[in-house]
Design a binder for this molecule. Structure first.
Ligand SMILES: [Zn+2]
Length: 449
């Protein structure tokens, strides 16, 4: 698609400039001084008074296909992402069935044709009994392979730490990426049983059932394995101060490690549970002020590479259960940019830093750069127009995700995404879908046959 984005302020991870952006056949074809004469046959998207940022890349969503479409499906999830200013997602494999073979991955690719408003990569999963599928899933185009080291939605098992030496070696040989849900299963199983057995029923009891050292010990073991094998490791949804320190240490040692955190960990603490209830029950659980401060520090100094959403929808009736039985997870793709633009307005970070965390670093870490995450000739024309002055109250009932239990329902922010462009197509404007589901499946180039 051809498009001119005219009159906006273009903000990248390292620059701010006034520029008109020409997109031809979906790719960036030129940056021009504002007001330069243009070919009148090319459609124009007016951006006067707005900031134009590279489209956000969210490497951690659960759009629940196949098998859990009552919670979300790719049309609803990707539509929600588009109105939230996200132009690329990577979709997790803990579905029914889990994406644990190359055949299942190919079936999912076929099924998603024409059913996404944004571009997407797809994960495979490593289970205790599918090690022979590692090569095949990478050959089939898995963007990364997920390991659920701790129990979560779907309750998938993981190989033992011993067996993971083989897994890390196999993935390293192929230049693939392991994405790790870092919790220690034995620790969680012991403490859940113990805390429940003692009649625990408060949010602090919930936290005690998954102690912080569970995340820390899983990160310590996995980053050592990454350093030893050279395997690229991405630790998902970092949420403890100990985790930030361990990732920082691994990076100092030169281990090829990246990590992400999510807005709920940056904006909520255990003290909010009384007000928000199970809507803020996400995994790992949101902890305390000291963790939050350390996460902000790590995000700003680059120890934490990127922001993701861990968009994990569940049904309202499921979230209405008691604190133990309510499933963990919350929607996030429609609130990531509004919440973080609000933080930009509050002076917590700059818009360029936000672009680094939501576009540049995810693209680099996931092998999508420079097709994604770059503003240069030939890169995909993915942009989000943001109105930094727009005040808006987030309302779960207005959102496109099927999940109606949003922890930020009713929060008023300043700063909203107002238009989303995927490869030159305007797919969303002012909270509504206006384009077609022409999202493309992305295969990391080094795996292409
Ligand atoms: Zn997740």
């Amino acid at each position: 698609m051809d498009l001119i984005i005219r009159g906006g302020t273009l903000v990248t991870a390292d620059s701010v400039m006034e520029a008109d952006i020409l997109i031809e056949d979906g790719q960036i074809a030129g940056l021009y001084k504002p007001g330069s004469p243009v070919d009148s046959s090319v459609p124009v998207l007016e951006a006067a008074g707005l900031h134009v940022i590279p489209g956000a890349i969210d490497v951690h969503v659960h759009f629940r296909e196949p098998g859990l479409e009552q919670k979300e499906d790719f049309l609803s999830g990707s539509g929600a992402a588009a109105v939230g200013g996200i132009t690329t997602v990577c979709d997790m494999p803990n579905t029914l069935p889990p994406i644990a073979t190359a055949d299942l991955l190919r079936t999912k690719v076929d099924k998603l044709q024409g059913r996404s408003y944004v571009d997407y990569g797809l994960y495979g999963v490593i289970l205790p009994d599918n090690l022979e599928q590692v090569d095949a899933m990478l050959n089939a185009g898995a963007v990364a392979l997920k390991i659920f080291a701790g129990p979560t939605t779907g309750n998938l098992g993981a190989p033992s730490w011993g067996a993971l030496v083989d897994v890390f070696q196999a993935v390293a040989k192929r230049g693939g990426i392991i994405a790790l849900h870092a919790e220690d299963r034995e620790t969680v199983e012991y403490w859940e049983q113990r805390v429940k057995g003692e009649g625990g029923s408060t949010y602090e009891d919930l936290l005690a059932s998954r102690p912080a050292f569970s995340e820390a010990s899983a990160i310590a073991q996995a980053t050592l394995l990454s350093a030893q094998t050279g395997c690229r490791l991405h630790v998902v949804h970092l949420n403890t101060k100990e985790g930030v320190d361990l990732i920082g240490f691994a990076k100092q040692q030169g281990a090829p490690v990246t990590t992400e955190t999510c807005p709920p960990y940056l904006l909520l603490t255990a003290a909010d549970y009384g007000r928000i209830g199970n809507r803020m029950k996400v995994l790992p659980y949101i902890r305390h002020q000291a963790d939050q401060e350390r996460l902000w520090g790590g995000l700003l100094d680059g120890t934490i590479d990127m922001l993701s959403t861990d968009h994990a929808p569940h049904l309202p009736e499921e979230k209405a259960r008691d604190i133990w039985s309510a499933p963990a997870g919350a929607p996030g793709v429609e609130t990531l940019l509004p919440l973080m633009l609000d933080q930009v307005n509050k002076g917590r970070l700059t818009l360029s830093e936000l672009v680094r965390m939501t576009s540049l670093r995810p693209a680099q870490a996931y092998g999508l750069y420079p097709r994604k995450g770059a503003v240069r000739m030939g890169s995909d024309g993915d942009f989000t127009l943001v109105d930094l002055k727009k005040r808006y109250t987030l309302r779960a009932e207005e959102m496109l995700s099927k999940a109606r239990q949003n922890p930020f329902d009713g929060v008023t922010v300043t700063g909203m995404p107002v238009a989303t462009v995927v490869r030159g197509q305007v797919v969303a404007r002012e909270g509504k879908i206006v384009g077609q589901p022409r999202g493309e499946w992305l295969r990391p180039p080094e795996f292409c046959a």
